[in-house]
Design a protein around this ligand. Structure first.
Ligand code: DWN
Length: 397
């Protein structure tokens, strides 16, 4: 579907400010490099009325989030730790007694399990079959379906209102955010709270994080555009904080009938088209500078570190395929033995890499974990291995 009206306000005043060309599905790691992969245009639009940023081409859910979907939260150590800390905060802050806690986009139960093991009445909702099955193996009650207002009615009728709804890193992934939020409002108890976390558009633009643009991420929110969407369905902000995941995220607590809603001075810069006009130029510079570092570095052997979804955008936009990158090393069993989408670079495990020897340089595809990875690598890699960090500005460490 090619978007020609804004998903937030319905305006047709859409300005295309980022073009990344044709790209495969970011999490579609393939088993056969000769397979024909579906490719889709990857372009970003900003609405010049409400400044909601959204993908121009929308790929259907059934192509993105099916049983072969390879992203399992629990396979990423930093995500596991983040979820444990996140759950501990909510368990303390929002005691529910026997009221229902619902996590929308519960994936493999990495976050929701902490509520279940603490005796909270909990329910997970996720469209991806594989991760849902993994969550059920933890004893979790899971509905395998995309969340929307219609499903919210069914859940409310079957389970009752929810005192706590958690929507972590999902509002960017839905096809109709207003319908999604209307469902949150419908399922939420009158005095309930919804905790919603999304990647921060502010960080994406300032940090040149163009690799965070891929077909799973249909929307990109600033504080102002997120608040606008909440208000359109009768929700308001009770609290807001800025968190680390994905290079910088926004976490809001939303509720109904908020007597003193929180307001944040977003800064006018995100409410003017000129801000977006300069982004393509910066992205092109990052690509050209990265290619200069790679080709002028005269590294005999370069490997990718972390087969991230975002690396699909980076590698395809920069034309970095198996002729330049020897392999990608990744700790995720479901990805090992497969190939990167569109660029067909083989993915190997750390154990396989140890057997075959380390590269002269790593292209750090999981740059959002720079700290933990460098600390860990000091323990395993030869000290002469260099690190090419692509975002926010390419640099060699
Ligand atoms: O929206 C999404 C974000 C939240 O998470 C999903 N669509 C998919 C996923 O995006 P991603 O793949 O870019 O997420 P990560 O967590 O940045 O991916 C990390 C990848 O790197 C994993 O495949 C694990 C791997 N890894 C590794 O091999 N060694 C990670 C670390 C920290 C490591 O030390």
């Amino acid at each position: 579907m090619i978007r020609d009206t804004c998903a937030g306000c319905g305006s047709m005043e859409l300005f295309r400010f980022l073009e990344l060309g044709s790209s495969p599905l970011a999490d579609n790691f393939i088993s056969d490099p000769a397979a024909v992969e579906p490719m889709y245009d990857l372009s970003l639009l900003v609405c010049e009325m409400c400044y909601l940023v959204q993908l121009e081409e929308v790929v259907p859910d059934e192509e993105l989030f099916n049983k072969d979907y390879t992203f399992y939260s629990s396979t990423s150590e930093p995500i596991r730790k983040y979820h444990k800390d996140y759950a501990a905060e909510l368990l303390t802050q929002f005691e529910q007694g026997q009221r229902l806690t619902v996590e929308i986009a519960s994936n493999d139960g990495s976050l929701l399990k902490h509520f279940h093991t603490n005796g909270w009445k909990s329910l997970g909702i996720d469209p991806a079959g594989g991760p849902s099955d993994a969550a059920r193996e933890l004893g979790l009650d899971i509905i395998t379906a995309p969340f929307n207002a219609a499903l919210a009615t069914d859940v409310r009728d079957d389970y009752g209102h929810a005192g706590l709804i958690i929507a972590n890193n999902v509002l960017a992934h839905v096809t109709d955010p207003l319908d999604f939020l209307a469902g949150v409002e419908r399922l939420l108890a009158p005095d309930g709270v919804a905790v919603i976390e999304v990647q921060n558009l502010d960080s994406l633009l300032v940090g040149n994080m163009f690799d965070h643009v891929y077909h799973e991420h249909r929307f990109y929110y600033s504080t102002a555009s997120l608040l606008d969407m909440l208000n359109r369905v009768g929700l308001d902000m009770v609290d807001i904080r800025y968190t680390e995941p994905q290079g910088g995220s926004i976490r809001v607590v939303a509720a109904k009938n908020v007597p003193h809603p929180v307001r944040v001075n977003q800064g006018a810069w995100l409410q003017q088209t000129s801000t977006y006009e300069s982004f393509q130029g910066r992205v092109n510079y990052v690509r050209n500078h990265l290619l200069r570092l790679i080709y002028e570095g005269r590294f005999r052997k370069i490997a990718g570190y972390g087969a991230t979804a975002k690396s699909t955008t980076l590698l395809n936009f920069c034309d970095l395929d198996e002729s330049v990158i020897d392999y990608v090393v990744d700790t995720t069993p479901a990805k090992v033995g497969k190939f990167t989408p569109g660029t067909h670079i083989p993915i190997i495990s750390p154990e396989q890499e140890q057997e075959q020897g380390y590269p002269d340089a790593y292209l750090l595809l999981a740059w959002n974990y720079l700290g933990p990875i460098l600390r860990k690598s000091d323990l395993t890699q030869q000290s002469s291995t260099r690190w090419i960090v692509p975002i926010p500005m390419p640099v060699i460490l």
